[in-house]
Design a protein around this ligand. Structure first.
Ligand code: ADP
Ligand code: MG
Length: 278
């Protein structure tokens, strides 16, 4: 655990996302090795790092699709999961609450909290048997947030916002990859999430379709949505990120504003990575 995260914060607004001393193993393979990350509301964080460095695992831990062996994650000041090791059992007292001990959340609480986090995957993951409109309207109805007519109205608004107002009746297979990914972004927005996580949202796209998806993400970024984006699009990172985080072998090697991390990297591993992707 790094010392800086133990200092009392003067900012009383809860972090949008706080990852605290997270360690994650798959068998003997240590995939996250003491990751600390704080994302403030409205902030855009871009995560860079080589293949296999733990980027997807970090997003999956934030979304509670994976449990860390040590450490915890909170979203909007609410703890969303922890599993303690005996000798580290005192570690997980969230500074925001400052009292009580962490406990395992019920499956129901986890689902409720996950529904406040948007997740956009590399391969879109749309429901193939539902129209675009129903793909976007499904979650607010399934979670009981909205009645069907309101959910459909919201879905139309969101599809307009991502430039697909004309495609509401189409099925995913009838759309290009870029269009499908824009539907996936509208679907994430439909739950009015406190934060949206993107895992390489443009890696599966033909090059000519990358721009339309990045333009939609940029629109969210400039309108104050809290975003955490794993991407290899360095130019995009430079343009939209408030902070760039470079991760290698399960550790954050360095982080800072894009002009520092991208233009003046302090670590050899960051320089080496950037020289390969730029
Ligand atoms: P990245 O997204 O940076 O490419 P990942 O987080 O997907 O990296 O993976 C980090 C490491 O964890 C890799 O060595 C990968 O093989 C391993 N890994 C990821 N998911 C699993 C899993 N479900 N079971 C076992 N090993 C996994
Ligand atoms: Mg990945």
């Amino acid at each position: 655990m790094s010392a800086k995260t133990l200092e009392p914060s003067t900012d009383i607004t809860p972090a949008a996302v706080e990852v605290h001393d997270v360690h994650k193993w798959y068998g003997a393979n240590r995939v996250l090795d003491g990751v600390d990350l704080t994302v403030r509301p409205g902030e855009v964080t871009v995560i860079l790092g080589p293949s296999g460095s733990g980027k997807s695992t970090l997003l999956r831990v934030i979304n509670h699709l994976e449990k860390p062996e040590i450490g915890y994650v909170s979203v909007n000041g609410e703890l969303i999961g922890v599993k303690r090791r005996g000798e580290r059992s005192e570690v997980g007292v969230p500074p925001a609450e400052g009292r009580g001990r962490l406990k395992e959340l019920s499956e129901r609480a986890i689902l409720a909290q996950r529904s406040r986090i948007g997740f956009v995957f590399q391969n879109f993951n749309l429901f193939p048997h539902l129209t675009v409109l129903d793909n976007v309207a499904a979650a607010p109805v399934a979670t009981g947030r909205l009645a069907k007519p309101e959910a459909l109205e919201l879905a139309r608004e969101l599809l307009d916002r991502v430039g697909l107002g004309e495609k509401t009746g189409a099925y995913p297979r009838q759309l290009s990859g870029g269009q499908q990914q824009r539907v996936a972004i509208a679907r994430a927005l439909a739950l009015r999430p406190g934060v949206i996580l993107f895992d390489e949202p443009t890696s599966a796209l033909d090059p000519e379709l990358v721009g339309e998806v990045l333009a939609v993400i940029k629109d969210l970024a400039t309108s104050g949505t809290t975003l955490v984006i794993v991407t290899h699009e360095i130019g995009f990172a430079r343009e939209v990120a408030d902070r760039v985080v470079f991760i290698d072998a399960g550790k954050i090697v360095e982080q800072g504003p894009p002009h520092e991390v991208l233009d003046k990297p302090q670590h050899e591993r960051t320089r080496d990575f950037l020289s390969k992707v730029l």
